[in-house]
Design a protein around this ligand. Structure first.
Ligand SMILES: [Zn+2]
Length: 136
């Protein structure tokens, strides 16, 4: 599990992609698996390269949005299950509570990591140029 040497890219120092950061909780700078300190909490900084994660202001903006989407999906699935099989109520509870909790946790992880990664890339990109710069 510990040796993931598959992050070699053409450009040295390019770091992992946003998707890799989101899926695996990698440091956007060095690719070490140090982004999360707990389930959905960012670590204060990368233990491998020292990148300060607290400089990125990801916030909980996406959390409410994500919860709404997951809620809608789960309700849709629950309705479908109810109409298809008419299971007793405890089946719904047993299924949807853990599914919802897991979706929210993993969705939040991935969403926050993706935001942090894109913020990191923006900061790295505007290293020398001041002023607003539309990334394309
Ligand atoms: Zn790092």
């Amino acid at each position: 599990m510990s040796d993931e040497q598959s992050h070699e890219k053409g450009q040295p120092g390019a770091g992992p992609s946003v998707a890799e950061v989101a899926l695996f909780g990698l440091c956007p700078k060095c690719g070490a698996k140090t982004l999360f300190d707990g389930t959905v909490k960012f670590a204060p900084r990368c233990r491998a390269c020292g990148l300060d994660y607290s400089q990125f202001n990801v916030g909980d903006g996406p959390a409410a949005f994500l919860t709404l989407i997951i809620g809608a999906v789960v309700v849709g699935l629950a309705l479908w299950l109810e109409l298809a099989w008419h299971p007793p109520f405890w089946v719904h509870a047993l299924l949807w509570i853990p599914i919802t909790a897991l979706s929210v946790v993993y969705g939040l992880r991935a969403g926050k990591a993706a935001l942090l990664a894109s913020e990191y890339r923006n900061k790295a990109g505007e290293h020398r140029s001041d002023g607003p710069h539309e990334d394309s």
